[in-house]
Design a protein around this ligand. Sequence first.
Ligand SMILES: CC(C)(COP(=O)(O)OP(=O)(O)OC[C@H]1O[C@@H](n2cnc3c(N)ncnc32)[C@H](O)[C@@H]1OP(=O)(O)O)[C@@H](O)C(=O)NCCC(=O)NCCS
Length: 162
Amino acid sequence: MIRRLDASDLAAFKHLRLMSLELEPENYASTHAEWAAMSDHEWRHYLTGEPIFAAFEEEKPVALAGVIHQKRDRMAHRASVAMVFVVPERRGSGLADKMMDRVVGYARGCGLVQLELTVQAGNARAVRFYERLGFQRYGLLPRGFREPGGYVDDLLMVLALD
Ligand SMILES: CC(C)(COP(=O)(O)OP(=O)(O)OC[C@H]1O[C@@H](n2cnc3c(N)ncnc32)[C@H](O)[C@@H]1OP(=O)(O)O)[C@@H](O)C(=O)NCCC(=O)NCCS
């Protein structure tokens, strides 16, 4: 079951988000330390703001994805996909496709015409996954992330919905 989370889903959201940041620190702009330091009030603030979706299997949370709408009138046809994560044991199962179907369905339902995302250029699995879904590369941002050993580039991708 994939559904949009609300304030009552604090435990599931925390579980998935912290797991993603702990297991894949190189793949997200946020750090585990930043999110682990947040109060429950701050976590709930996320759940009552922009849409966040999670997949549950036998009530266990197994995948996460969020959408961040552009706010300005002339950019309101666009949104970004963020926080994409599937627990390791469910990767390669088709669950990630179902999550993104849900996100794309939500976006189309809102009348959005474009979904965008940023992915670490070296994250070959995620890049391949997004390309399979139809996302196209439109740029490379040098030094997108700062890592202990230096900088890594961000790949910029876009999916037209119209
Ligand atoms: C990104 C993610 C959601 C994709 O879900 P998934 O279930 O792993 O995706 P799939 O298995 O359906 O697709 C992955 C594709 O990459 C391919 N792949 C796997 N490992 C690869 C590698 N090292 N290099 C290149 N391609 C690879 C797979 O073969 C598959 O392509 P195919 O369908 O053409 O065979 C999941 O891997 C994940 O949670 N990763 C960690 C967090 C992350 O990186 N999130 C994205 C942040 S932008």
